[in-house]
Design a protein around this ligand. Structure first.
Ligand SMILES: O=P(O)(O)OC[C@H]1O[C@](O)(CO)[C@@H](O)[C@@H]1O
Length: 392
């Protein structure tokens, strides 16, 4: 097993990427939220206080009436009362988003259930880029099966760049189309007509690409059943909930040509259970998947493969640590209870599974490659997890 004592990534170092998330990305995000929704003085004060606390103070607990207080008392017991920058970045960033929901009154009172990120998700669904993505579904009809599968996988992969948290402060000119690792050849043979789990990341454009891929898996028989895991409530800015899946599906079915056909097939698949939306409180946990509870472990164990979308899922899958980049992906995911594939554009420091040559070349030629979204990776671990048998 890999050495899980590789040091965790934290926000302590001024100028580092995680430090910038708290000092640049979060203030910009809160300005956008306040412009998009007319929160009153109480909510705006709470947001300002969250910004102040998360940069300069100790971590406060959730209020006593928080519906998930018991969960967070366990997830945060070592961290409450300590300075935010000293904590693992994965924990502190996740808790920031949980506290952002608290500040906007998402769980109690008149603003209950109002997704603070909904205006951004809606704008993306209504935008030209989304319309172009819908229209592009028609173009794939002329492709061979192999070309279509490659296009669907690639679109789902790079769709991960459409994430508002990232675009708020991204300075990169966009994707280079370069893959730092590509295990896609190992993915297809895992898809033999059984259950596939897709752990969703962002709503709107990324989700559209994910749904198109899922439609293909079901229609081609590559998967007999797909479980699409979404967040139980809003999370890192554009993370997809069931509401976002339905909104995306509505745009597909209201479209024309192949978009409408994909929408109709997926709607039918939802009705007859071949496509199942599911969630779990651990989807919003500030912890690596290594610490997942047994019921979630059993869900993942039942799948022929679990496809993890996006950067945050990668951080949770591999462990948000300063791994040497050549640490084998199969080793850091050895605990996972079944075959697992990561489709991720690289937007934060953690990376594993590179060849020594790739690691050296990327660091030398594109020093910002880990955080600029210029590169992506497809990594696959084909075996079942160590010490865990299917159905146990
Ligand atoms: O939507 P994704 O791909 O999980 O990305 C989330 C983004 O936010 C971060 O958590 C940092 O704020 C990075 O991991 C990434 O830039």
């Amino acid at each position: 097993m890999s050495d899980i004592s590789a040091p965790p990534i934290t926000c302590a170092e001024p100028g580092s990427f995680p430090w910038g998330v708290f000092h640049e990305r979060h203030p910009a995000l809160i300005r956008r939220i306040e412009q998009a929704l007319p929160y009153g003085p109480a909510e705006r004060r709470a947001l300002a206080e969250l910004l102040r606390e998360s940069r300069h103070d100790l971590v406060a607990t959730l209020p006593p009436d928080a519906p998930d207080l018991a969960l967070w008392q366990v997830w945060g017991k070592e961290h409450f009362g300590r300075p935010w920058p000293s904590l693992p970045f994965l924990w502190s960033e996740s808790y920031f988003y949980r506290r952002l929901l608290e500040a906007t009154g998402y769980f109690t009172g008149a603003w209950q259930g109002v997704d603070p990120f909904a205006p951004f998700k809606r704008a993306e669904l209504a935008g030209d880029a989304f319309a172009a993505d819908l229209a592009a579904l028609d173009a794939r009809e002329s492709l061979t099966e192999a070309e279509r599968e490659h296009a669907l996988l690639t679109t789902a992969l790079w769709g991960n760049l459409a994430d508002l948290g990232f675009t708020i402060t991204a300075t990169a000119s966009g994707p280079t189309g370069a893959l730092a690792a590509d295990d896609s050849a190992a993915l297809w043979p895992l898809l033999d007509g059984g259950l596939v789990h897709v752990v969703a990341d962002n709503a709107a454009r990324e989700l559209l690409a994910d749904l198109a891929l899922i439609d293909h898996l079901l229609a081609s028989g590559r998967a007999g059943e797909v479980g699409l895991m979404v967040k139980p409530h809003p999370y890192y800015v554009s993370d997809a909930t069931a509401t976002d899946v339905l909104a995306c599906l509505a745009r597909l079915t209201a479209g024309s040509g192949e978009a409408a056909r994909v929408g109709a097939r997926l709607t039918q698949a939802l009705r007859d259970g071949r496509l199942r939306l599911w969630t779990h409180p651990f989807a919003c946990a500030p912890l690596p998947y290594r610490d997942m509870p047994d019921d979630l472990r059993r869900e993942f164990a039942a799948a022929k493969v679990t496809v993890m979308k996006g950067d945050l899922n990668y951080r949770r899958l591999a462990g948000d640590r300063h791994w040497p980049p050549t640490t084998p992906f199969a080793e850091v995911t050895g605990y996972f209870p079944g075959p697992v594939a990561a489709l991720r554009t690289v937007k934060s420091d953690v990376v594993t599974g590179l060849t020594p040559q790739t690691a050296t070349t990327l660091d030398a030629q594109t020093p910002t490659w880990r955080t600029a979204g210029t590169h992506a990776l497809i990594q696959v671990r084909t075996g079942t997890g160590a010490g865990f048998s299917r159905g146990s």
